[in-house]
Design a protein around this ligand. Structure first.
Ligand code: M6P
Ligand code: ZN
Length: 187
């Protein structure tokens, strides 16, 4: 029998206790998602392949739900803000929530039929990601962006279509301001 448990989450650091797993994404693992490949390679070599985000999770064998935190560093590659890979769920009937704890960013969503939506990620905002919407989080602030996510263990990640052709919108810093613009490389 699974037993209830209190999980302590630090909204500033994203730490979880108890934590059952984690992974780190460095810039060199995200070569396909940023537009400016020259800026990317320069950062990989000159800044020692920086960490872009970390995902920490709490998952119990036999449970239907799991949850965790994502901790995103601030920064840009060329003019594009640091972002996650972005994905649809394998299970098209399963959504997710992203509950922002600290920092500021943008949650970019795209439906199968090509509609783009944005939910701002500010502390206290719990974003509802409906089933079958691709989602990518982007840190547009100058501090860490920390959010709590929760979904069904069966949801799964489908990276294919977003990796291959990108998302219709990109989020960039232009003239010192955040801007959501059409992706010139959208295939
Ligand atoms: C959130 C969740 C995770 C996801 C992570 C990074 O934490 O949705 O399931 O893995 O963001 O996003 P991605 O896998 O698209 O890089
Ligand atoms: Zn997801």
């Amino acid at each position: 029998m699974l037993l209830p448990e209190a999980v302590l989450i630090n909204g500033q650091t994203g730490s979880i206790s108890p934590e059952t797993g984690r992974y780190t994404k460095r810039l060199s693992e995200l070569r396909q998602i940023f537009q400016d490949r020259t800026a990317l390679e320069t950062m990989v070599s000159e800044r020692n392949d920086p960490i872009i985000y970390e995902v920490l999770e709490y998952k119990k064998e036999g449970s239907d739900l799991f949850f965790g935190t994502t901790i995103m560093e601030p920064g840009t590659v060329g003019e594009e803000f640091f972002m996650t890979r972005g994905h649809f769920h394998k299970r098209r009937d399963m959504g997710e929530i992203y509950y922002t704890q600290s920092g500021h960013g943008v949650l970019l969503l795209e439906s199968r039929d090509g509609r783009s939506e944005v939910v701002r990620m500010d502390p206290g905002v719990c974003a509802f990601i409906p089933p079958d919407w691709a989602h990518r989080s982007i840190n547009t602030g100058d501090e860490k962006l920390v959010f709590v996510w929760a979904c069904n263990v069966e949801a799964g990640h489908d990276y294919g279509v977003i990796l291959e052709r990108g998302m219709r919108k990109i989020v960039v810093r232009r003239h010192g301001h955040e801007a959501i613009v059409d992706n010139p490389q959208f295939a």
